[in-house]
Design a protein around this ligand. Structure first.
Ligand SMILES: *[C@@H]1O[C@H](CO)[C@@H](O)[C@H](O)[C@H]1NC(C)=O
Length: 186
């Protein structure tokens, strides 16, 4: 039994970090019907996210572009301690029957993490969810509200939170991302 808990602990260190795990397996939210990957490409700003973490970078944005091999180039950037930091990853549609369920990996040694587009109109906002089951005992999840601009109307954010909640995703701890004073620095 002791070994079991040590194992669970070791297996989950990379995914846990600051967030509180929830009991039970991942929820199974519905995703954007007829997801159009091409329209989703381009620049998205992080408007709000789950979990609440310690103040890290600000001005977080991600630029998605198609590579010639049909994988997705994912470049995320943030400003941390006055410096722009970028990381590049790769996104893929893991199951062509479920095109809104992407997987993203930021290193070739890491497996793809789920990156599900729950809802998007492509031109204003997008709701993204990522959840990992740990032995079906508990799950750790991330959720993001993203915008094509650095801010979204309060009504859009409220609606987004409602969609998460209707899919059994607890977003009470969701926090706004800092997108102020970004264009001056970049
Ligand atoms: C997004 O990536 C593409 C391809 O590398 C590049 O041409 C474009 O300028 C980038 N856009 C932003 C806002 O970084």
């Amino acid at each position: 039994m002791k070994l079991f808990f040590v194992l669970v602990f070791v297996l989950t260190i990379p995914v846990i970090r600051a967030q509180v795990p929830h009991w039970g397996p991942c929820p199974e939210p519905s995703v954007q019907p007829n997801f159009n990957l091409k329209q989703f490409m381009g620049r998205w700003f992080e408007i709000a996210k789950l979990p609440a973490q310690f103040e890290k970078g600000r001005c977080i944005e991600t630029n998605f572009t198609m590579r010639t091999d049909n994988s997705i180039r994912v470049v995320s950037s943030e400003i941390l301690k006055g410096e722009v930091r970028k990381i590049e990853g790769t996104g893929v549609i893991e199951d062509i029957k479920n095109p809104a369920k992407l997987g993203i990996s930021y290193s070739y040694v890491l497996p793809y993490s789920p990156y599900w587009i729950l809802s998007t109109d492509y031109v204003n906002s997008a709701l993204v969810y990522s959840c990992t089951d740990v032995l079906r005992l508990f799950h750790v999840d991330f959720a993001w509200i993203m915008g094509r601009k650095r801010s979204l109307p309060e009504s859009t954010i409220d609606r987004a939170r409602e969609i998460f909640a209707n899919n059994n995703i607890d977003v009470t701890r969701m926090i706004s991302s800092r997108q102020q004073g970004c264009d001056k620095t970049l």
